[in-house]
Design a protein around this ligand. Sequence first.
Ligand SMILES: [Mg+2]
Length: 228
Amino acid sequence: MTVTVSLAEQLRPVQHVVLDFDGPVCSVFAGFPAPVVANRLASGLGNAPDNWLAEEDPMALLRQVSAERPEATMAADELLERLEVEAVGTAEPTPGAEAVIRACAASGRRVWMVSNNAPRAIEEYLAARDLRQEVSGVFGRPIGDPSLMKPNPHLLLEMLAAASAEPTGCVFVGDAVTDVQAGLAASMPTIGYANKPGKDVALARAGATAVVDSMHVIAEALTRSSCV
Ligand SMILES: [Mg+2]
């Protein structure tokens, strides 16, 4: 358990735990699969070209729409927001995620959400699980401007301003290379959550300060390194 011990040391000075939503908190599209969501998005926009209809990643499709037909960006983003709200109704909670959130409260730390998902979807998920009051702030993508999504550090910088915090007093937990990139751009250390084979190497190479394969490991480290 040396990994946990070093992680506990790393987390000792941390007062703000910042969680990416899809992955570290839940699997958003567990019951309403991402390719189906992407297809509903493309077909809902009218005159969708073949490359939109072939795209299986809803966020990638939103970026494509914004790049190729900027005037359709707001309508696409609002439709995706509605689809995400529908998706979180059947999202699958990540094992250990709630333990991390509760461990933060128990150890005197604050929890924040920074995600490329729509704020309304995140809020609804948290409220449905009675977790909203444990989270100090939710920073989801600004609807209508996908350029501000991670790897852009915009959302992390907004969180820092809201918390009046220095990045060194925070840790970001994300499951994507773009999370690590956003963390680096905001000077915030990022723990990689490797929830699929091969992700550990990619997240470490991107610059994650630690990589775990279970959110329970983070919960345990937070409990061991109480900052109160
Ligand atoms: Mg994620």
